[in-house]
Design a protein around this ligand. Structure first.
Ligand SMILES: NC(=O)C1=CN([C@@H]2O[C@H](COP(=O)(O)OP(=O)(O)OC[C@H]3O[C@@H](n4cnc5c(N)ncnc54)[C@H](O)[C@@H]3O)[C@@H](O)[C@H]2O)C=CC1
Ligand SMILES: CC(C)CC(=O)C(=O)O
Ligand SMILES: [Mg+2]
Length: 371
């Protein structure tokens, strides 16, 4: 029997609340007689700052590097707003992504049929929507140097962030996008701002070359990222795979969330390159949303983004396709039955809290696994 060792990093705010619901899914899997999941937990973000003075301790970074996969909740919150950039809770997440070399962030935006009414758009624009945003995750303006605030004297300061991309970074995320498109509808839309950014010019050039030389069977189109945002809310079904940089991908995926009904619905997978010898890749799975301080501690957060992130783990890290399909089908069935957290509530539905939603998905998942 195969055992998978998972590191759970619940973090802050609604992170631990949503992560607790994944525990119920793990319990179902461990009771089903297939692969086993062993979990250990560590602090990250504000919780780690409070306990260790840093947003991720070296010891825990080491555990993340050794784990078969990492499941991450969310970090941040007003308590740590005054903390310097380098030790803000979010810096822990950035270190995990960088040190684990997780360059490919897969953010699927799927509109479950039961939620088409909860979307910010009209039903016909989102019903059946299935987009994959591939966000470059270890480069760009979140990591470029210099990154500082310079004191200019006389009350003036200069804030500097630097956008840097090298050819190899664009090549590998482009390949990930083209590979994904081959398993889907065969179309990639690359978004940058080549009209005003040198990194945009290089991005466009490299993605075009990779597409032309290696993936002539995949349809490639280019869009300026601002117009891309507009198209995403005007006619989202025109897209299949969107490939874009770290900053644009961060923003476009939050926008895409509202097409699916709520930020509480969007999962993600952050993947590294496959190891040359073993073929294994480092991976971290997390919801797209943050720590949601406005609703934290109330037991009302939607745990579906977190549970669906675990489904992505089953699929991408462990090739447990049947289990992943069953978990996603369980989420769809629970939504279909009218069970809803507040963020996706609709007339005639039954409003539940975080724990009840987790119970409902776990029960439906157990039924489907046993079938
Ligand atoms: N991956 C991470 O750990 C991320 C952390 N953050 C951090 O989180 C903190 C809060 O950031 P915000 O801008 O408020 O973004 P957020 O994503 O935490 O919340 C935005 C809005 O969406 C709602 N929301 C988010 N997730 C939800 C869920 N599962 N169920 C129901 N409603 C949900 C929130 O209540 C809020 O109104 C900040 O410190 C930010 O830096 C933000 C994004 C990602
Ligand atoms: C720390 C931030 C970069 C987190 C965020 O907004 C995201 O990755 O979506
Ligand atoms: Mg974000």
């Amino acid at each position: 029997m195969t055992t998978h060792k998972l590191l759970l990093l619940p973090g802050d705010g609604i992170g631990p609340e949503a992560m607790a619901e994944v525990g119920k899914i793990v319990a179902v899997l461990n009771g089903a007689g297939g692969d086993r999941f062993e979990t250990e937990e560590a602090l990250v973000g504000g919780a780690a700052i409070d306990a260790h003075g840093v947003p991720v301790a070296d010891r825990d970074m080491d555990r993340a590097l050794k784990a078969d996969a990492v499941l991450f909740g969310a970090v941040g919150g007003p308590k740590w707003d005054g903390v310097a950039y380098e030790i803000r809770p979010e810096a822990g997440l950035l270190r995990l992504r960088k040190d684990m070399a997780l360059f490919a962030n897969l953010r699927p935006a799927i509109c479950y049929p039961a939620l088409a009414e909860a979307s910010s758009l009209k039903r016909e624009l989102v019903d059946g929507l299935d987009i994959l945003i591939l966000r470059e995750l270890t480069g760009g303006v979140y990591f470029g140097i210099p990154k500082e605030i310079v004191d200019l004297g006389e009350g003036q300061k200069r804030g500097i962030d630097t956008q840097v991309y090298e050819t190899y970074e664009i090549e590998r995320i482009a390949r990930a996008a083209f590979e994904a498109a081959r398993t889907r509808k065969g179309k990639v839309t690359s978004m940058e701002k080549r009209n005003v950014m040198k990194t945009g010019v290089l991005w466009n050039e490299v993605v075009s070359r990779v597409g032309r030389d290696e993936y002539p069977d995949v349809r490639l189109e280019h869009m300026l990222a601002d117009a891309g945002g507009m198209q995403l809310v005007r006619a989202p079904k025109q897209f299949d795979v969107i490939v874009t940089d770290n900053l644009f991908g961060d923003m476009l995926s939050d926008i895409a969330a509202m097409l699916t009904g709520s930020l509480g619905m969007l999962p993600s997978a952050s993947l590294g390159a496959p190891d040359a010898a073993t073929g294994k890749r480092r991976a971290l799975y997390e919801p797209v949303h943050g720590s949601a301080p406005d609703i934290a501690g109330q037991g009302i957060a939607n745990p579906i983004a977190m549970i669906a992130s675990f489904a992505m783990m089953l699929r991408y890290s462990f090739a447990l396709m049947r289990e992943a399909d069953a978990l996603e089908a369980a989420i769809a069935a629970v939504l279909e039955s009218g069970t809803r957290t507040g963020d996706i509530m609709a007339p005639g539905c039954r409003q539940v809290g975080t724990a009840e939603m987790g119970d409902a998905v776990a029960a439906e998942f157990a039924r489907r696994l046993a079938a």
